[in-house]
Every structure is written in C-alpha cells, then in structure tokens.
Design a protein around this ligand. Structure first.
Ligand SMILES: [Zn+2]
Ligand SMILES: [Zn+2]
Length: 122
C-alpha cells in the first residue's frame, strides 16, 4: 500500500524533472535558431563543449519562450553567470530557479529554498 501523500523528495524530483524537460525543449529550440556562439564573448561551441552554452532569457522570465526565440540569448556559462551575478540568479546553471525575485512562475513554490540549497555549492 502506498500512501496518497507523496514525500517531499518525490515531489521535488518531479518538479525538477518537469523543469528540466522544459529547459531542454527551449534550449534545443534555441540551438536550432541561433548559431552556437556565446553572445557576449563570441566563443564558438560544438560537440561536448556545447553543454557550456546556455540559454539566457533576455527579460529573465523563464516562462517567456516565444517560438521565434526573441527572448533567448545563447551565453556561455561564464558570461551567463556574469550576466546574472548582479541579482545572484541561478537560472544559468541547469534549470530555472523558482522565486528568484522577478516574476514567480507559480504561486505554489514549496521547493524554492531547497533548490537554492542544492545549488549552493555550485
Ligand atoms: Zn561567453
Ligand atoms: Zn540567464
């Protein structure tokens, strides 16, 4: 018998998976639209290095993913971190961070603190 109430770890893993799915889909789309070059430092990426190329949201709203890619910018990890160092947002690494101070993408954010904790060491 399984309890109806799932534990926080399960729910957290699920939320993360959902975020990663979404992140992946817009990243793939962005990589199709844009050349694989960092918009700041101009480095080119391919093969394994492509992992270091991340999708930045120009308006910092991760929910704003227009099909024409107008809200995206490809940035390398370093430039992306730089871009966000002003507000210490962690969206650049491997997924959007809920409750990062701009526009919350959900009113229900039980994982905001946990997410920060997990990313604390990066
Ligand atoms: Zn760069
Ligand atoms: Zn960004």
């Amino acid at each position: 018998m399984t309890s109806k109430k799932r534990n926080a770890a399960d729910a957290f893993a699920e939320a993360r998976a959902e975020q990663e799915r979404r992140e992946k889909s817009y990243r793939e789309r962005a990589l199709k639209i844009y050349p694989w070059v960092c918009g700041r430092c101009g480095r080119e990426f391919s093969g394994k290095k492509l992992r270091e190329l991340t999708v930045h949201h120009r308006d910092h709203n991760h929910d704003n993913n227009p099909p024409d890619g107008s809200n995206w910018e490809l940035l390398c990890l370093y430039c992306h971190e730089n871009e966000h160092s002003r507000d210490l947002e962690a969206e650049w690494y491997d997924g959007p961070t809920p409750g990062s101070g701009q526009k919350p993408f959900s009113t229900h954010q039980p994982f905001a603190g946990l997410d920060k904790l997990l990313k604390g060491g990066k």
